[in-house]
Design a protein. Structure first.
Length: 206
Protein backbone atom coordinates (compact mmCIF):
# COMPACT_ATOMS: atom_id res chain seq x y z
CA UNK A 1 0.00 0.00 0.00
CA UNK A 2 2.54 2.64 1.18
CA UNK A 3 6.06 2.39 -0.10
CA UNK A 4 8.84 4.79 0.79
CA UNK A 5 12.23 4.54 -0.90
CA UNK A 6 15.37 6.48 -0.04
CA UNK A 7 13.51 9.31 1.66
CA UNK A 8 15.91 12.10 2.51
CA UNK A 9 15.22 15.39 4.29
CA UNK A 10 17.79 18.01 5.22
CA UNK A 11 17.43 21.21 7.16
CA UNK A 12 20.43 23.27 6.11
CA UNK A 13 23.49 21.09 6.64
CA UNK A 14 21.62 18.76 8.96
CA UNK A 15 20.44 15.47 7.44
CA UNK A 16 17.38 14.51 9.47
CA UNK A 17 16.23 11.62 7.26
CA UNK A 18 18.96 9.79 5.39
CA UNK A 19 17.67 7.48 2.66
CA UNK A 20 14.88 5.89 4.69
CA UNK A 21 13.08 3.00 2.98
CA UNK A 22 10.12 0.97 4.24
CA UNK A 23 6.70 -0.30 3.25
CA UNK A 24 3.38 -0.57 5.07
CA UNK A 25 0.91 -3.08 3.70
CA UNK A 26 -2.87 -3.21 4.11
CA UNK A 27 -3.73 -4.30 7.65
CA UNK A 28 -0.25 -3.52 8.97
CA UNK A 29 0.47 -1.12 11.80
CA UNK A 30 4.00 0.26 11.46
CA UNK A 31 5.33 2.10 14.51
CA UNK A 32 7.89 4.84 13.96
CA UNK A 33 9.95 5.11 17.11
CA UNK A 34 13.01 7.05 18.21
CA UNK A 35 14.21 9.75 20.56
CA UNK A 36 13.05 13.36 20.54
CA UNK A 37 14.42 15.03 17.45
CA UNK A 38 15.13 11.77 15.60
CA UNK A 39 12.87 12.75 12.70
CA UNK A 40 9.55 10.99 13.30
CA UNK A 41 7.36 14.03 12.68
CA UNK A 42 9.46 15.06 9.70
CA UNK A 43 9.03 11.58 8.22
CA UNK A 44 5.26 11.60 8.67
CA UNK A 45 4.97 15.14 7.30
CA UNK A 46 6.93 14.11 4.19
CA UNK A 47 4.77 11.01 3.73
CA UNK A 48 1.51 12.98 3.72
CA UNK A 49 2.92 15.86 1.68
CA UNK A 50 2.87 18.45 4.50
CA UNK A 51 6.65 18.77 4.08
CA UNK A 52 8.78 18.41 0.99
CA UNK A 53 11.40 15.67 0.89
CA UNK A 54 14.81 16.46 -0.61
CA UNK A 55 15.00 13.05 -2.22
CA UNK A 56 13.33 9.68 -2.51
CA UNK A 57 9.99 8.33 -3.61
CA UNK A 58 6.75 7.98 -1.70
CA UNK A 59 4.07 5.90 -3.36
CA UNK A 60 0.57 4.78 -2.51
CA UNK A 61 -0.35 1.64 -4.43
CA UNK A 62 2.40 2.53 -6.86
CA UNK A 63 1.22 6.09 -7.59
CA UNK A 64 3.22 9.09 -6.43
CA UNK A 65 1.88 10.41 -3.15
CA UNK A 66 0.77 13.85 -4.26
CA UNK A 67 -1.61 15.42 -1.78
CA UNK A 68 -3.65 17.18 -4.46
CA UNK A 69 -4.35 13.85 -6.21
CA UNK A 70 -8.02 13.07 -5.47
CA UNK A 71 -7.27 9.36 -5.05
CA UNK A 72 -4.60 10.16 -2.47
CA UNK A 73 -6.85 12.63 -0.64
CA UNK A 74 -9.64 10.07 -0.55
CA UNK A 75 -7.32 7.41 0.86
CA UNK A 76 -5.19 9.13 3.47
CA UNK A 77 -6.39 10.32 6.87
CA UNK A 78 -3.89 11.89 9.24
CA UNK A 79 -3.40 13.60 12.54
CA UNK A 80 -0.15 15.56 12.69
CA UNK A 81 1.09 17.99 15.31
CA UNK A 82 -0.70 20.99 13.91
CA UNK A 83 -4.37 20.56 14.48
CA UNK A 84 -6.39 22.95 12.38
CA UNK A 85 -10.08 23.36 12.97
CA UNK A 86 -12.57 25.79 11.52
CA UNK A 87 -12.99 28.21 14.43
CA UNK A 88 -16.71 28.74 13.89
CA UNK A 89 -17.79 25.11 13.47
CA UNK A 90 -18.81 23.06 16.49
CA UNK A 91 -17.50 19.57 17.21
CA UNK A 92 -20.59 17.99 15.66
CA UNK A 93 -20.50 20.28 12.63
CA UNK A 94 -16.82 19.48 11.99
CA UNK A 95 -17.44 15.79 12.00
CA UNK A 96 -20.61 16.03 9.90
CA UNK A 97 -18.74 18.14 7.36
CA UNK A 98 -15.78 15.77 7.13
CA UNK A 99 -17.96 12.69 6.83
CA UNK A 100 -20.01 14.38 4.12
CA UNK A 101 -17.05 15.87 2.24
CA UNK A 102 -15.28 12.53 2.08
CA UNK A 103 -18.40 10.71 1.00
CA UNK A 104 -18.73 8.47 4.05
CA UNK A 105 -21.41 5.89 3.43
CA UNK A 106 -22.23 4.93 7.00
CA UNK A 107 -25.10 7.13 8.23
CA UNK A 108 -24.48 6.73 11.96
CA UNK A 109 -20.71 7.01 11.92
CA UNK A 110 -20.55 10.54 13.34
CA UNK A 111 -22.84 9.71 16.26
CA UNK A 112 -20.90 6.53 16.96
CA UNK A 113 -17.52 8.24 16.98
CA UNK A 114 -18.78 11.13 19.12
CA UNK A 115 -20.06 8.62 21.66
CA UNK A 116 -16.93 6.42 21.52
CA UNK A 117 -14.66 9.39 22.06
CA UNK A 118 -16.72 10.84 24.89
CA UNK A 119 -17.46 14.05 22.98
CA UNK A 120 -21.25 13.98 23.41
CA UNK A 121 -21.30 16.76 26.00
CA UNK A 122 -18.94 18.85 23.86
CA UNK A 123 -20.88 18.31 20.66
CA UNK A 124 -22.04 21.94 20.37
CA UNK A 125 -18.81 23.55 21.56
CA UNK A 126 -16.45 25.47 19.30
CA UNK A 127 -12.84 24.18 19.06
CA UNK A 128 -11.40 27.12 21.01
CA UNK A 129 -13.51 26.19 24.03
CA UNK A 130 -12.32 22.56 24.18
CA UNK A 131 -9.67 21.24 26.54
CA UNK A 132 -6.41 20.12 24.92
CA UNK A 133 -7.38 16.46 25.37
CA UNK A 134 -10.80 17.10 23.84
CA UNK A 135 -9.12 18.83 20.88
CA UNK A 136 -6.95 15.76 20.39
CA UNK A 137 -10.08 13.59 20.57
CA UNK A 138 -11.74 15.77 17.92
CA UNK A 139 -8.67 15.47 15.68
CA UNK A 140 -8.73 11.69 16.03
CA UNK A 141 -12.48 11.60 15.47
CA UNK A 142 -11.91 13.52 12.22
CA UNK A 143 -9.96 10.53 10.87
CA UNK A 144 -12.47 7.95 11.96
CA UNK A 145 -15.62 9.50 10.45
CA UNK A 146 -14.26 9.30 6.92
CA UNK A 147 -13.25 6.45 4.63
CA UNK A 148 -9.50 5.75 4.79
CA UNK A 149 -7.02 3.22 3.50
CA UNK A 150 -3.90 4.74 5.06
CA UNK A 151 -3.94 6.30 8.51
CA UNK A 152 -0.97 8.45 9.54
CA UNK A 153 -0.84 9.45 13.21
CA UNK A 154 1.83 11.50 14.96
CA UNK A 155 1.92 10.70 18.68
CA UNK A 156 -1.87 10.27 18.82
CA UNK A 157 -1.65 9.30 22.51
CA UNK A 158 -0.55 12.81 23.46
CA UNK A 159 -2.86 14.51 25.94
CA UNK A 160 -5.25 11.55 26.08
CA UNK A 161 -6.27 10.27 29.50
CA UNK A 162 -6.12 6.55 30.39
CA UNK A 163 -9.57 5.88 28.96
CA UNK A 164 -8.70 7.73 25.75
CA UNK A 165 -5.50 5.69 25.37
CA UNK A 166 -7.46 2.49 25.83
CA UNK A 167 -9.91 3.60 23.15
CA UNK A 168 -7.01 4.46 20.85
CA UNK A 169 -5.40 1.03 21.18
CA UNK A 170 -8.73 -0.68 20.47
CA UNK A 171 -9.43 1.60 17.52
CA UNK A 172 -6.04 0.86 15.97
CA UNK A 173 -6.55 -2.88 16.37
CA UNK A 174 -9.90 -2.52 14.60
CA UNK A 175 -8.20 -0.55 11.81
CA UNK A 176 -5.72 -3.36 11.41
CA UNK A 177 -8.53 -5.89 11.17
CA UNK A 178 -10.35 -3.72 8.63
CA UNK A 179 -7.26 -3.71 6.41
CA UNK A 180 -6.18 -0.11 6.92
CA UNK A 181 -2.45 0.54 6.66
CA UNK A 182 -1.35 2.54 9.72
CA UNK A 183 1.83 4.58 10.13
CA UNK A 184 2.09 5.59 13.77
CA UNK A 185 4.77 7.66 15.49
CA UNK A 186 4.61 7.11 19.21
CA UNK A 187 6.48 7.47 22.48
CA UNK A 188 4.12 5.07 24.25
CA UNK A 189 5.77 1.62 24.50
CA UNK A 190 2.53 0.02 25.71
CA UNK A 191 0.58 1.29 22.72
CA UNK A 192 3.32 0.20 20.33
CA UNK A 193 3.53 -3.26 21.93
CA UNK A 194 -0.24 -3.67 21.71
CA UNK A 195 -0.86 -2.57 18.14
CA UNK A 196 2.32 -2.59 16.05
CA UNK A 197 3.21 -5.30 13.55
CA UNK A 198 6.46 -3.67 12.49
CA UNK A 199 8.83 -0.97 13.70
CA UNK A 200 10.86 1.70 12.02
CA UNK A 201 13.43 3.00 14.45
CA UNK A 202 14.97 6.36 13.68
CA UNK A 203 18.29 7.18 15.26
CA UNK A 204 19.93 10.54 15.90
CA UNK A 205 21.94 10.19 12.70
CA UNK A 206 19.04 8.97 10.56
N1 LIG B 1 11.33 23.34 9.78
C1 LIG B 1 12.46 22.94 10.37
N2 LIG B 1 13.59 23.67 10.25
C2 LIG B 1 14.74 23.26 10.81
N3 LIG B 1 14.88 22.14 11.52
C3 LIG B 1 13.79 21.36 11.66
C4 LIG B 1 12.53 21.72 11.10
N4 LIG B 1 11.64 20.77 11.41
C5 LIG B 1 12.31 19.87 12.15
N5 LIG B 1 13.60 20.22 12.29
C6 LIG B 1 14.63 19.47 13.02
O1 LIG B 1 14.59 18.13 12.57
C7 LIG B 1 14.87 17.25 13.64
C8 LIG B 1 13.77 16.21 13.71
O2 LIG B 1 12.56 16.83 14.17
P1 LIG B 1 11.23 16.02 14.31
O3 LIG B 1 10.18 16.95 14.82
O4 LIG B 1 10.97 15.29 13.05
O5 LIG B 1 11.62 14.96 15.45
P2 LIG B 1 10.71 13.93 16.24
O6 LIG B 1 11.40 12.61 16.18
O7 LIG B 1 9.32 13.99 15.76
O8 LIG B 1 10.82 14.51 17.72
P3 LIG B 1 9.81 14.42 18.97
O9 LIG B 1 9.92 13.02 19.51
O10 LIG B 1 10.38 15.43 19.91
O11 LIG B 1 8.42 14.77 18.50
C9 LIG B 1 14.99 18.12 14.89
O12 LIG B 1 16.36 18.30 15.15
C10 LIG B 1 14.34 19.41 14.50
O13 LIG B 1 14.96 20.49 15.17
Amino acid sequence: MLSVANLTRRFGERVVLDQISFTVTAGEVCAVIGANGSGKTTLLRCVVGADRADGGQIRLDGRPMIETDPVVRASVACVLDDIDFFPDLSVGEHLDLLAYAHGGREPDVVEEIIAELGLSDARDQLPATLSSGQRRRLALASCFVRPRRLLVLDEPEQRLDAEGREWLAGALLREREAGTAVLLASHDPDLVATVADSHLELGPED
